[in-house]
Design a protein around this ligand. Structure first.
Ligand SMILES: CC(C)=CCC/C(C)=C/CC/C(C)=C/CC/C(C)=C/[C@@H]1[C@@H](COP(=O)(O)OP(=O)(O)O)[C@]1(C)CC/C=C(\C)CC/C=C(\C)CCC=C(C)C
Ligand SMILES: [Mn+2]
Length: 413
């Protein structure tokens, strides 16, 4: 049966059938009682199905869901809702400008870092960022010095985390190695960095109100990469994308800062940052289909593949057919919707952060155009944005960064 992602409606839903009916009706908020847990939750139901069966026709984009209905007709909490809870918590922390709680450490526990070493540590983070991610590095070069260094430190921690499961030693990585990595994360948040690169992040989290949760969640994403190679539906894939990429958006907002004149809610800005992470990861996945398949991995919703008449075998064979093209069109459309969702949020960031974030958004989104230009052959051709196009994106991004925050536009008109 097709999973029904709902643009649900009204309030006072008591059971799955009612939820399903209401879902057909429209948008809004709803209260859902969960049969098993017997508790009420408020769902902020913004989006609905990606039209697994019929929903797509004529609707502007239902992308992801807050409420889903199980085959038995029970209302279940979707990945989007679970992630939105994290967004709310992160937003609340930023609003209160809470610094991470630093556990006092004894001098012997503490890695003493002379000022010069800290500079070296940050410089090394910059070099790693440049070496592995030219596009992000370009974005960071448009930032203020302090923010740039902070983003480098975050980048390096993320890259090292990803390398645990994707790097040369990946075959030796066990869940307990990830547990140790998480313990090390806790230590660096507590002011006890293990090495120089951790020390740069320790310093960053002292300077910016960054919370540990998104970092923990990224480690969780890597745990799931160790055990899972298929995603049943978009809800499962969404959760994975949150873990490995949406988290980066949440880590970055406290560094980027929100414009003082922005009228947007902090939650709204966090949601947009989350969407940018999800959009980037979906784009990554679509670019790397062939590469991932060669490692036995398929990061595509199995139910949508089946609906398009495609199987794992087709992915492994890697032939571009009309079925594949139309499947890809749908996936690209969804990724673009997440980019669009992110756009509003970029305008709410502090002025100095908008240019780099616009630049990275425009550059990353162009990968989708390149997949189209390759006639959807993402099996054997890697979509690549050339230097000229990259450079051209910079003035465009700059122009956009001068636009006033979206939240102020209606007020002033
Ligand atoms: C309001 C608003 C829009 C704010 C902006 C918030 C913001 C800056 C969001 C950034 C989102 C972002 C850059 C997400 C990264 C997504 C990503 C590429 C994740 C990759 C995951 C695993 O994928 P995979 O293994 O398939 O990929 P590889 O083949 O290995 O590449 C990651 C590799 C996880 C680790 C993520 C990173 C290493 C990137 C972290 C990037 C930064 C901290 C830089 C952000 C800087 C700028 C200028 C946007
Ligand atoms: Mn990787």
């Amino acid at each position: 049966m097709a999973i029904t992602f709902l643009r649900a409606a009204s309030s006072g839903l008591h059971d799955g059938a009612a939820a399903r009916d209401a879902a057909a009706a429209g948008a809004g908020h709803c209260y859902v009682s969960l049969p098993k847990k017997r508790r009420w939750i408020l769902c902020s139901l913004k989006y609905a199905c990606l039209g697994v069966d019929s929903g797509e026709a004529g609707r502007t984009l239902p992308v992801y869901s807050s409420l889903a209905v199980s085959p038995a007709g029970e209302a279940v909490i979707s990945s989007e809702q679970k992630v939105y809870d994290v967004v709310l918590k992160q937003a609340a922390l930023l609003k209160r400008q809470l610094r991470p709680q630093i556990v006092p450490v004894s001098p012997t526990d503490q890695l003493e870092l002379p000022r010069d070493s800290l500079k070296q540590a940050y410089d090394r983070c910059g070099e790693i960022c440049e070496e592995y991610a030219k596009t992000f590095y370009l974005g960071t070069m448009l930032m203020t010095e302090e923010r740039r260094r902070a983003i480098w430190a975050i980048y390096v921690w993320c890259r090292r985390t990803d390398e645990l499961v994707d790097g040369p030693n990946a075959s030796h990585i066990t869940p307990s190695a990830l547990d140790r990595w998480e313990k090390r994360l806790e230590d660096l948040f507590a002011g006890r960095p293990y090495d120089m690169l951790d020390a740069a992040l320790s310093d960053t989290i002292r300077k910016f109100p960054i919370d540990i949760q998104p970092f923990r969640d990224m480690v969780e994403g890597m745990r799931s990469d160790l055990r899972k190679t298929r995603y049943e539906n978009f809800d499962e894939l969404y959760m994975y994308c949150y873990y490995v990429a949406g988290t980066v958006g949440l880590m970055s907002v406290p560094v980027m800062g929100i414009a003082p004149d922005s009228k947007a809610t902090t939650e709204g800005v966090y949601s947009a940052a989350l969407s940018l992470g999800i959009a980037n990861q979906l784009t990554n996945i679509l670019r790397d289909v062939g590469e991932d398949a060669r490692r036995g991995r398929i990061y595509l919703p199995q139910d949508e593949l089946a609906e398009a008449g495609l199987s794992d075998e087709d992915i492994f064979n890697g032939i571009v057919t009309n079925r594949w093209r139309s499947f890809m069109k749908r996936q690209i459309k969804r990724a673009r919707m997440f980019f669009e969702e992110a756009e509003r949020g970029v305008t709410e960031l502090s002025q100095a952060s908008r240019w780099p974030v616009w630049a990275s958004l425009l550059l990353y989104r162009q990968i989708l155009d390149e997949i189209e230009a390759n006639d959807y052959n993402n099996f054997t051709r890697r979509a690549y944005v050339g230097k000229a196009k990259k450079l051209l994106a910079l003035p465009v991004a700059y122009g956009r960064s001068l636009l006033m925050p979206y939240s102020l536009r209606n007020i002033q008109n």
